[in-house]
Write a protein that binds this ligand. Structure first.
Ligand code: GUN
Length: 316
C-alpha cells in the first residue's frame, strides 16, 4: 500500500474487462452450437441524451466484436411510454433475444416513474441490467441473479486486483438504484462493513476518510478530494462527467496537464468523480476513462451470455 506522497497503483479496468471478454468466447461458441445463433441483446434507446448515445454505441460495438448479436430499437424524445412498453413486450416475446437493456434515462415526457415501470416490464430472465424487482430482491437475498453491470464490474475489478474486503470498511458515495444501492449490497455480501453516503450525509469527508475501499458514484466532477481519503485506501471512481468549460478543466487538472492539452484539441474531456490529487494519498485508484466504464460493458456481455445459457439449459 502506498500513502501520502507515493502515487497510487492504477487499477487497470480496461485490461480486466478485456480478460473477462476473452473468457466469454468459448461460452459464446457453446451457445451458438446449441441455439444455431450467438447470444443476442435487444437494446432500447429512447430520446437523444448524448451520454446514452455514446454508451449504447459502445455496448453494441463490444457485443459485436465478440460475435454476439444486437438489435437496437430507437424512439424519439416525444415517444409515449406505451411505445417503449411495446418494444419491451416484443423483445420479451422474441425467442431470438436473450437479454434486454433499456438505456436510462428515459425521456422526461414519459413521466417520473417511467424507468421503474419499464424495468418491471422486462422478463426477469432477460433482465441483463438486473433492475427488475425480482432480480433486485434476489440480489438482496444473495440467491443467483443477474446483477447490475457497474456494481458487478467493480466487484470483479476489486477481486482480480486482490483488494481485501472481509472486515474492511467500505464507503459508497451515491445511493442510486443503478450503482450505489446494489454495490453496497455486493460489498456487504463479501463481509465488508458498508456505509452509504449521499447529499444529506453530515461531514461527508470525515465519513469517507474511514474507508479502506471508497467508491465515488455521485456524478459530480472531481467531487472527492484528497481530504476524503484515508492514506493507502483503494478508491473506485464510477463517475464519467464530460467537461466543456476550459476554466473548469484548468482548475481540476492544472495548467500544464495532459487533460488540458486534450481539451484544447477536442473541446471536451472526461472527468471522474475523484479529484486527480487523490492519487497522492490513495493506495490504489481506478482511472477515468479506462477504469470502471469498460467493466460495465464486459459485465453486460457476461450477463447476456449467462441469460442465453440459462434459457438453453446450459446452466442452472
Ligand atoms: N444508464 C447509465 N448506466 C446505465 C446502466 O448500467 N444501464 C442502463 N440501462 N442505463 C444506464
Amino acid at each position: 500500500m502506498s500513502g501520502v506522497g507515493t502515487p497510487a497503483r492504477v487499477l487497470d479496468g480496461a485490461g480486466v474487462a478485456a480478460a473477462i471478454c476473452e473468457s466469454l468466447r468459448p461460452r459464446i461458441e457453446d451457445v451458438r452450437r446449441a441455439a444455431g445463433r450467438p447470444p443476442a441483446l435487444g437494446l432500447l434507446l429512447a430520446g437523444s441524451d448524448p451520454g446514452s448515445e455514446v454508451y449504447v454505441r459502445n455496448k453494441i460495438r463490444e457485443s459485436e466484436a465478440l460475435g454476439m448479436r444486437t438489435a437496437l430499437k430507437r424512439l424519439p424524445d416525444s415517444a409515449a411510454f406505451g411505445e417503449a412498453l411495446a418494444v419491451v413486450d416484443a423483445f420479451n416475446a422474441d425467442p431470438g433475444v436473450d437479454g434486454i437493456l433499456v438505456q436510462s434515462p428515459l425521456p422526461a415526457g414519459m413521466g417520473d416513474d417511467a424507468e421503474r415501470r419499464i424495468f418491471a416490464a422486462i422478463d426477469p430472465s432477460k433482465d441483463v441490467d438486473g433492475f427488475h424487482p425480482e432480480n433486485v430482491g434476489r440480489l438482496v437475498q444473495q440467491t443467483p441473479a443477474l446483477a447490475p453491470c457497474t456494481p458487478a464490474g467493480v466487484m470483479e475489478l476489486l477481486d482480480r486486483c486482490s483488494v481485501p474486503l472481509v472486515g474492511r470498511r467500505a464507503v459508497v458515495i451515491g445511493r442510486s438504484d443503478i450503482v450505489g444501492k446494489p454495490l453496497a449490497m455486493l460489498l456487504l455480501h463479501r463481509h465488508a462493513t458498508v456505509t452509504i453516503c449521499h447529499s444529506r450525509t453530515v461531514d461527508l469527508p470525515r465519513v469517507a476518510a474511514q474507508a479502506d475501499v471508497l467508491v465515488a458514484a455521485v456524478g459530480r466532477p472531481a467531487f472527492v478530494t484528497a481530504d476524503f481519503v484515508k492514506p493507502g485506501a483503494t478508491v473506485v471512481d464510477v463517475g464519467t462527467n464530460t467537461l466543456t468549460d476550459r476554466d473548469r478543466v484548468t482548475s481540476i487538472f492544472g495548467a500544464g496537464s495532459k487533460k488540458l492539452a486534450a481539451f484544447d484539441r477536442r473541446g471536451r474531456v472526461l472527468s471522474g468523480d475523484v479529484h486527480p490529487g487523490v492519487a497522492d494519498v490513495a493506495g490504489a485508484i481506478t482511472p477515468v476513462p479506462g477504469g470502471v466504464g469498460p467493466l460495465t460493458i464486459a459485465m453486460l456481455l457476461s450477463n447476456t451470455v449467462q441469460a442465453a445459457e440459462r434459457r438453453l439449459g446450459l446452466r442452472s
